[in-house]
Design a protein. Structure first.
Length: 208
């Protein structure tokens, strides 16, 4: 069974949600999807339309992601992969070419990949049928809370995010899953680690 990716029509907490047909065909064990799947389009300029965070916050996160992609890739969009245990799903990452001012605003080598990864994660979980609804408090074990679209806010899941420029996103994923399972908020959830140079989104879920 593919336990690292939400299967179509079912959330990690057991609830129903509308499947994404581009993803649903990709989660069967041993199914090789890379050559046949329609790429998932992730538009970082539309984050305000797909989550409940403030426009100012999502604009800042998307700007950081654009600065990070610009370090390693030519003009957008950038082809990439969503990597999970059931197979790799092609994605197309749409970002805006940053200005010099925007580059200067995201020069911190720790904050920029982390902030940029949050933008990519918000766009990715939207394609899986979730909406990020809020930031979490310190000690919760995660960065954000998300809910299946159309479901009550109290049916929430945890979302733990991390990002790296030219580092190894696969190597960081296990650490992020462990962190997400911990904390004083015990809920199912997902960990997402974004590698900007590799243009890869590594994802794994956990059960409560």
């Amino acid at each position: 069974m593919c336990g690292d990716f939400p299967r179509a029509g079912r959330t990690p907490s057991g609830g129903r949600r509308r499947p994404n047909p581009r993803i649903a065909i990709l989660v069967w064990p041993g199914y090789s999807s890379h050559a046949v799947a329609e790429p998932i389009h992730l538009d970082l300029a539309r984050l305000g339309e797909v989550c409940h965070l403030s426009p100012t916050v999502v604009a800042y996160l998307a700007e950081a992601a654009s600065v990070m992609f610009d370090l390693y890739h030519p003009a957008p969009p950038t082809p990439g992969l969503l990597v999970q245990s059931g197979g790799n799903v092609p994605v197309m990452l749409a970002w805006s070419k940053p200005t010099d001012q925007q580059r200067a605003s995201h020069q911190n080598e720790k904050d920029a990949p982390e902030d940029g990864a949050c933008a990519v994660a918000i766009a990715t979980v939207h394609e899986l049928g979730y909406a990020v609804v809020r930031r979490t408090r310190q000690g919760s074990g995660c960065d954000y809370l998300m809910v299946p679209r159309g479901e009550p806010d109290n049916d929430f899941l945890k979302l733990e995010v991390s990002g790296t420029g030219d580092g190894n996103p696969a190597g960081r994923l296990k650490e992020k899953v462990t962190q997400g399972k911990g904390g004083d908020l015990q809920r199912p959830g997902m960990a997402v680690v974004v590698g900007f140079k590799a243009a890869q989104i590594h994802m794994e879920e956990w059960k409560r």
